[in-house]
Design a protein around this ligand. Structure first.
Ligand SMILES: [Zn+2]
Length: 257
């Protein structure tokens, strides 16, 4: 399962930014899109899937829509998720989340559209007031991708109600949670077991202790232990344990003394 993630635009895209009257820093849309994309990718490492980014993750380089779509198509991505933030309210209030698919898609795509919308509204609380939050639009990345594709507009950058919310780190976290929940539900993603270094060390120490308690079960092993004790090579302890190289050296030298 390969998930293509597209953080819309790049830092230099003209016009794509928050309205100055609401956000004096005029935060670029790519910054908002990119930080959500980063979080989605990070969260998905815990699941049995892979991700790829089709935008430039530094935001410095413009990647055309043609190249984004081509990358996903050539790599054989199973789903394409485009992350955007909206505009068009011009300093008024209201807005919310809208998730688009293109005309004529099948149930596999519309169910993903519904899942992304419902999970992100639930996780962020940004319900909004759009008459058609499940939209149909012939956006380039939706029409030209060969796999199910959805494009989310996750709140308005020029709305007095949406913008202060979508600028927060908390919103980015909640939005990523919602997107991941939708993907997990739609594609039955399973969490993969990951072992920390500390856990691995604890397992290895336990393994060594268990090995140390084991006794030889075959006659040649018992005979070898007896001969090694008689030859002064070993005291016969831990006969089935693993041995480090320096322990091996010590045993060989002990036999020569
Ligand atoms: Zn956009």
């Amino acid at each position: 399962m390969l998930i293509a993630i597209d953080a819309g635009h790049y830092l230099g895209t003209p016009g794509k930014r928050c309205l100055r009257a609401i956000d004096p820093r005029e935060t670029r849309e790519w910054v908002l899109n990119g930080r959500v994309a980063d979080r989605v990718e990070e969260r998905l490492t815990a699941y049995d899937c892979q991700t790829m980014r089709v935008d430039d993750v530094t935001g410095q380089k413009e990647v055309t829509l043609f190249d984004r779509v081509l990358a996903a198509n050539l790599t054989g991505a199973d789903v394409y998720l485009s992350i955007h933030h909206n505009a068009g309210i011009k300093g008024g209030s209201g807005g919310g989340i809208v998730v688009y698919v293109c005309l004529g898609v099948g149930e596999d795509t519309t169910s993903l559209q519904r899942a992304v919308y419902e999970h992100t509204v639930a996780s962020t609380g940004l319900r909004g007031n759009r008459s058609q939050p499940l939209g149909v639009a012939n956006f380039y990345v939706l029409v030209n991708t060969t796999m199910p594709a959805v494009l989310g507009e996750f709140g308005f950058m020029d709305s007095t109600t949406d913008t202060p919310i979508i600028l927060t780190e908390k919103y980015a976290d909640q939005l990523a949670d919602g997107i991941v929940a939708a993907l997990v539900e739609q594609y039955h993603l399973k969490e993969v077991d990951s072992v920390t270094y500390e856990e691995w060390v604890a397992f290895y120490e336990r393994y060594q202790k268990e090995q140390a308690k084991k006794e030889p079960t075959e006659k040649w092993q018992s005979d070898t232990v007896k001969k090694a004790i008689a030859a002064g090579i070993s005291d016969g302890s831990r006969p089935l344990d693993t041995m480090t190289r320096v322990e091996g050296m010590a045993m060989v030298l002990a036999g020569k003394e």
